[in-house]
Design a binder for this molecule. Structure first.
Ligand code: HEC
Ligand code: HEC
Length: 220
């Protein structure tokens, strides 16, 4: 006798398959635990990064991401991705950050990643209650009708992420978050292993992106 699967079974199995596949891809790429020397990053932070990200990594400017409390493995990966290496183009395209990382050594990037991970993230604020409510539903439950998975399944329910696979999102500026989701949606940002974020963002409308970004800004 054949066992009939419900639609719900199929959906959760498909998501599980995506996540397991993604984790497998990630463990191949895993860079291991990053342990830099934060004191050696201090001079670069003060002279370069602080102007845009603030010395404690809590950026006051909405288009510049906050870096405080982020997993060092993620930050190190991004710095590497901004850098064009060995004649190959950068994996993450951003003219400003490309200039910033051009002269950083591997040790500098590890030290910077460790420095910012050790800074305390200040809680962010969401302003639009209607958007927050819609965003919360997407963050926790996805958009079932479109096959958008719950953000919480990878980034954790409180937005702290999961070291070293999934970045912290909680408290990030909504402008920055929505900008990244739109960049993933059109493939302008394409440094996500196994196209995990491109797959998620491709199915989201501007309205859904605005809502989930607003919710994330106030998440703690
Ligand atoms: C002139 C402003 C400016 C300066 C100075 C600057 N950044 Fe950035 N940084 C940005 C912007 C803008 C972005 C967003 C890029 C994008 O949209 O992809 C960014 C993104 C990043 C990211 C990615 C964060 C994430 O959540 O994915 C990291 C990591 C980072 N910067 C680290 C640094 C470090 C370390 C320094 C100092 C060596 C530095 N930045 C200096 C403007 C700046
Ligand atoms: C299957 C796992 C998975 C799911 C589900 C997922 N993400 Fe992600 N997300 C990732 C990974 C992995 C990255 C890191 C990509 C990289 O290496 O640059 C990421 C990165 C991001 C970033 C970039 C962070 C930064 O600082 O630049 C944002 C924003 C984001 N995700 C938002 C979301 C939202 C919103 C949802 C739900 C609609 C979601 N994610 C669902 C795996 C996931």
């Amino acid at each position: 006798m054949e066992h009939r699967l419900s639609n719900r079974d199929l959906k959760s199995w498909r998501l599980l398959a995506v996540v397991v596949g993604a984790l497998a891809a990630h463990s191949v790429l895993a860079q291991g635990v990053i342990k830099g020397d934060p004191s050696k990053a201090q001079q670069i932070v003060t002279q370069v990064c602080a102007a845009c990200h603030a010395a404690d990594g809590n950026s006051a400017i909405p288009v510049n991401p906050s870096l405080a409390g982020q997993h060092p493995e993620y930050t190190y990966k991004q710095l590497m991705n901004f850098k064009a290496q060995g004649g190959k183009p950068a994996e993450r395209n951003n003219a400003i950050m490309a200039g910033m990382v051009a002269n950083l050594s591997d040790d500098d990037m590890k030290n910077l990643a460790t420095y910012f991970s050790s800074q305390k993230a200040k809680p962010g604020v969401a302003r639009d209650a209607v958007l927050v409510k819609q965003g919360e539903a997407i963050y926790r439950g996805g958009v079932a009708a479109k096959g958008v998975p719950a953000c919480a399944s990878c980034h954790s329910p409180n937005g702290a992420g999961m070291p070293a696979q999934f970045p912290r999102l909680a408290g990030q500026h909504a402008d920055y978050t929505s900008g990244q989701l739109k960049a993933f949606r059109v493939g302008q940002r394409a440094n996500d292993a196994a196209q995990m974020m491109r797959g998620v963002a491709a199915k989201m409308s501007d309205q859904e992106i605005a809502a989930v970004s607003e919710y994330i800004a106030g998440l703690r």
